[in-house]
Write a protein that binds this ligand. Sequence first.
Ligand code: C5P
Length: 272
Amino acid sequence: MTAKFTARAPAKINLTLHVTGQRDDGYHLLDSLVVFAEDCADALSFTPDERLSIAVTGPFADGIPTDDRNLIWKAAQAAGWTGTIHLEKNLPHGGGLGGGSSDAGAALRAFGHPDQTAALSLGADVPVCLLGRAARMTGIGERVAPAALPDGLWAVLVNPGIPLPTPHVFARVTRKTNPPMTPAPATTDLAGWLDWLRSQRNDLEAAAIQLNPSIQDVLSAIKATDHIELARMSGSGSTCFGLYTDKTHAEAACATLRRGRPDWWCELTAIR
Ligand code: C5P
């Protein structure tokens, strides 16, 4: 029997999310710049044994399945791994941060089973989470190309505590065919790169706000912080992010948001 090992499943953040079409099976074609949070993650540990089991603790443990409905369980089955898995659930679920997908991607990495086909069978977001670093994601999520990111970007993640089921948000999107991302400029020109990012979109934002108007409050609160570069929703929501180019500014913004809305989940992180 081998020893216990651990993995981190960082929050996934969609800096852009363009809906460019829809397949006959209903899945949407996407063009998305995906990044990962350095400082904001679920923590997993794995102790090999004969039987598979999952235990969940942490601030967002409530409601997380501990059987084959959990994507980590499915990842273990795909890798042919058995043992006891402990998941410390630090990320809000139903939050646009890819919690379950990131857990599955981290588990596949930890099992030494970096199989993109297995990843895609677990969910459209799992291939990019298996890579676990900045990437452009296209198709329904199966095409993942590593992307460069400028240095020195800080994000504040804000979740208003109302989970939003992804299929409901996609179903509300009226225009399914939208332009893809335009080409990104060199990452060495931070101001130019941020101008480009501001000109891109999250095509799920309007639909998500219709379903959960508190997302608009979150975006307004982030936009009102000092030195904000960009406020946008991640994934299908309801988590939104603010971007800052200075850690001190991001820390101050996070503190302001927490003071203003102690009921919201607000976290500061570097992104990669
Ligand atoms: O693949 P996953 O199970 O994460 O997707 C959840 C739901 O989100 C799908 O059932 C589908 O309704 C929607 N979805 C989509 N197009 C994508 C990804 C997800 O329509 N590219």
